[in-house]
Design a protein around this ligand. Sequence first.
Ligand code: GGG
Length: 357
Amino acid sequence: MAAALRTHRIACIPGDGIGPEVIGATLKVLETLERSLKTFKLDFTQLPWGSDYYRSQGRYMPTDGIQLLKQHDAILFGAVGDKDVPDHISLWELLLAIRGQMQLYVNVRPVRTLPGIQPLIATPVKPIDWVIIRENSEGEYAGQGGRTHVGQPWECATEVAIYTRHGVGRIMRFAFETALSRPQKSLIVVTKSNAMRNGMVLWDEIATEISKDYPSVTMEKMLVDAMTVRMVKNPHTIDTIVGTNLQMDILSDLAAALAGSIGIASSSNIDPSRQSPSFFEPVHGSAFDITGKGVANPLGAIWSATEMLRWLKEDDAADRLMSAIEKVCEGNILTRDLGGHAGTLDVADAISKELSQ
Ligand code: GGG
């Protein structure tokens, strides 16, 4: 008798802009992977949430959206953002609502030089292989602040960053655990604690406290401005990086560009306790300039799907998918952001072909 397939329930939110294109490509390769391995099944719920939904319903997801998501094992997400809706509305109603309400407090952003992709750094001593750990629930994205005297010359706006001992402690511990699991066992704690003398100093203090539990991890502290220079000039000295919500959002875009293109960058929003489903999305946004042209790079979304498979403990599937991505890159089947001429579906088809062999 054939063994029962392991089934995972996946909520799929293609979203806006190029989101549906890159998620469409990802679903294609995942279907091929399922068919060729025959060990697991992904049971997708398609959720049409995003800016079109907002235009018709007045909100980005239904009122019971979070409850619905919680009935799944993972979430696969494309992009959010639309020309007609202010970005702070789309972001807060969908992406940040999901991250915040489900306490997906870890955002893991791996950055690697893939074979066949030319990194932006001219002569790297060794291939880039970093993990950026972004605090995903507080900091500069706390949503605290307000505006007074709107429209007056003396108008005033505040954006208050919140750093809690609990929030910083849990992300720091996750970062040390990640560093410990990697060959180099080194962690760079990034802050701006010379200028920001409260929250950032708390980050430094908590890093020092927690480092005592991880004697085999080499910990360094760096200011975020100096870190940008180090990423460009001495990329081989970097392994695992941890920092605040906004600072790591910025550094991870830089990192993706240095490794070749933001189009390849993947991201996992994780609840390490697994009480909520974790959610996986490419780092890039909606990219209106190329929407509907069939040229978007699907690798960020497909790489995110490999991270999702790993999170679902489908390691064999994740390894095969990553190796197929690498072979296709090595074979120069690249979208134009990487200097190639392939379209979104050409890349997906090439990966599917690799997976079928
Ligand atoms: N693929 C996710 C997406 O659409 N991101 C848009 C964005 O602006 N994200 C901001 C953030 O992650 O902080």
